[in-house]
Design a protein around this ligand. Structure first.
Ligand code: 9YW
Length: 450
């Protein structure tokens, strides 16, 4: 039986509860992504969490980024998970990754994974600096000083991406695993995952995710399948065997995709950081603008006549077109001519996407409900994810599409007024799905309400 609908909260109540959730998930110098399911720090979650925290305290928001960047690898790579000590429930855990044992570039501090996630951190830095503008003089001064201290790490992160993850300079970032995209089991990766075949002797490990979610009911239907999970685990094994070395990974991995959404977010982050550099007189402005230009071109090269973007299989050269939310990447990278931008916004608001007449909230689903791959409850194959909504609102605002941005923001606030801050939502019933309360959901609620 579905639970009784939760009481709708007012906007003030939603904001108060969102702040309360973030405080509850705060472990001092980091906010866990979700206490039951993800008891560690995730890279792009940390950026969204910092965006939300900036509305409460720029100091605490900066602490989040400092903790993440303190786990940076010697190559400049920012790992997708920073493990908290004392929780051994999440799989793959530190022993499985064995980064320090395997790769001299792994940091000495806390244990980390050996993958990346989308580089939205520069966006967070920009938002923190903006929030500091209206804070007290002392808070602003401190924020500026701490951003200055973070600067070399931020630049090294972007340099790592622009060089090791785009060695041919085509303006598309390479990912080694669906997890790196942040959209783990998206239909975007179905075709390339066909080439990922675990070795016969490989024994997949216990799935901690289903156990952690068990109490919420329906866990197995809302998460990636076992067959998918075996591939995810096998790719981690391949990467470990490659010593987490980009050069070896490039030659040996059975999955190597050019990720258009991650590339578009990289464009945006470069642009945001360039304005920070400009404002604070920090080095790297031209370099950051150069990266933004190169990756914007790369993103736009994949766009069809509607402006809808595609991924690239870098092992085969194939362009991989799927009806997933990643197609809207050009709204984040910018650069479409006005006619194609209008066409892309019209697609976003059409019945194939946000405007589906059956939707509880007119928000972007992770996969189009008219796609054969659509599944309304299974993770990135259909549900609506609040951080993705946030990105779309933000991208639309940056693209000058204020009216659509406003409509999406209102719909998002309506969805979030259940006060549950779920990981994702059923597009037709509006039901909360996955983990809850999820930190980044609370964080984007705080920011959208500000
Ligand atoms: C996992 C933490 C992470 C997100 C990802 C999301 C999920 C982790 O949770 O992945 O074990 O499946 O797909 O984008 O960062 O919220």
């Amino acid at each position: 039986p579905s639970p009784a609908p939760a009481a709708r909260l007012t906007r003030n109540q939603t904001a108060a509860r969102a702040a309360y959730v973030l405080a509850g998930n705060d472990r001092g110098r980091l906010t866990v992504a979700a206490p039951q399911l993800y008891p560690h720090m995730w890279s792009w979650d940390a950026a969204f969490i910092a965006i939300g925290l900036a509305r409460v305290s720029t100091g605490r928001a900066l602490t989040e980024l400092e903790t993440l960047l303190a786990a940076q690898w010697r190559t400049g790579m920012v790992p997708h998970i920073v493990f908290t000590e004392g929780d051994a429930t999440y799989e793959p855990g530190p022993q499985r990754w064995a980064c320090r044992e395997t790769c001299p570039d792994a940091p000495d501090g806390p244990a980390t994974s050996g993958l990346i996630q989308p580089p939205v951190h520069g966006v967070a830095v920009r938002r923190i600096l903006d929030a500091a503008r209206t804070a007290s003089t002392a808070e602003r001064r401190e924020a500026v000083q701490r951003i200055r201290a973070l600067w070399p790490a931020l630049l090294a992160w972007h340099r790592y991406l622009a060089t090791r993850r785009d060695p041919d300079g085509r303006g598309i970032l390479t990912i080694y695993h669906g997890w790196e995209s942040g959209l783990d089991n998206s239909p975007r990766w179905d075709a390339p995952y066909a080439a990922v075949v675990p070795a016969p002797e490989f024994v997949p490990f216990r799935r901690a995710d289903l156990h952690a979610l068990g109490a919420l009911g329906g866990a197995a239907a809302q998460r990636p399948s076992d067959a998918d999970y075996a591939k995810y685990q096998w790719l981690v094994e391949e990467l470990r065997r490659a010593g987490y070395d980009d050069e070896r990974a490039r030659r040996t991995l059975s999955f190597r995709m050019g990720d258009v959404l991650t590339s578009a977010l990289f464009v945006a982050a470069n642009e945001e950081l360039a304005t920070v550099a400009d404002e604070l007189d920090l080095p790297g402005v031209d370099e950051l603008i150069g990266y933004a230009d190169r990756f914007r071109r790369g993103v736009l090269q994949t766009a069809d006549e509607r402006g809808f973007a595609a991924d690239i299989d870098l092992r085969t050269g194939a362009v991989v077109r799927t009806e997933t939310v990643a197609g809207f990447a050009p709204l984040l990278s910018g650069g479409l001519d006005p006619a194609r931008r209008r066409a892309l916004v019209a697609t976003l608001t059409s019945a194939d996407w946000c405007g589906h007449p059956g939707f509880a909230h007119a928000l972007p689903p992770s996969t189009s409900p008219n796609s054969a791959a659509f599944d309304p409850v299974r993770y990135w194959r259909g549900p609506q994810w609040p951080p993705v909504t946030w990105l779309m609102v933000w991208g639309l605002e940056r693209s000058g599409e204020q009216e659509t941005a406003h409509a999406l923001r209102e719909a998002a606030l309506d969805q979030l007024a259940d006060g549950l801050f779920a990981e994702y939502y059923h597009p037709f019933t509006g039901e909360p799905l996955g983990a809850r309360p999820q930190s980044w959901t609370a964080a984007v609620a705080l920011d959208l309400l500000a």
